[in-house]
Design a protein around this ligand. Structure first.
Ligand code: DQA
Length: 140
């Protein structure tokens, strides 16, 4: 199974950016721990601060079994990212590290939420892990 994680603007600064909200861990270290934990999954990771590059990543990842996307601030502004998700058949999960609904009102709107398959918000970096788990078969 191939899953692609796509991170938007300023998430390259995780670990030093607003650590009270986003924590102390940088994403590369976290991503390596995900790769070790889910060694049976082909995990890809892309990050960009540029809206159009995120759209290219979405289009280029449509061969994945799933996309896990944190569009960061573009979540609240980008019709283009919403349209890119609508344009592909791949299953897409929207994630956020912080609980966007307990923050400023402008973070309450998402152009992604109406067009994704699922949403995981507010569990810190664990949000990404929960999103990966959603693609795994249920243990019965
Ligand atoms: C974020 C929430 C967004 O509102 C913010 O702009 C981010 C990160 C999160 O993961 O909590 O950059 O997507």
């Amino acid at each position: 199974m191939k899953l692609t994680i796509i991170n938007g603007p300023n998430l390259n600064l995780l670990g030093s950016r607003e650590t009270d909200i986003y924590g102390n861990q940088d994403f590369e270290t976290f991503f390596n721990s995900l790769r070790s934990k889910y060694s049976n999954i082909n995990l890809e990771y892309h990050q960009s601060n540029v809206e159009g590059e995120l759209i290219n990543f979405i289009q280029d990842s449509r061969d994945s079994d799933g996309i896990i996307i944190n569009a960061a601030a573009y979540t609240h502004t980008s019709v283009g990212i919403g349209d890119a998700i609508k344009a592909i058949d791949t299953k897409v999960i929207e994630v956020h590290i912080s609980n966007t609904f307990s923050r400023e009102e402008y973070r309450h709107n998402s152009y992604l939420s109406p067009v994704v398959d699922g949403i995981i918000i507010g569990f810190g970096l664990k949000s990404y892990e929960l999103a990966i788990e959603s693609f795994l078969p249920k243990d019965e």
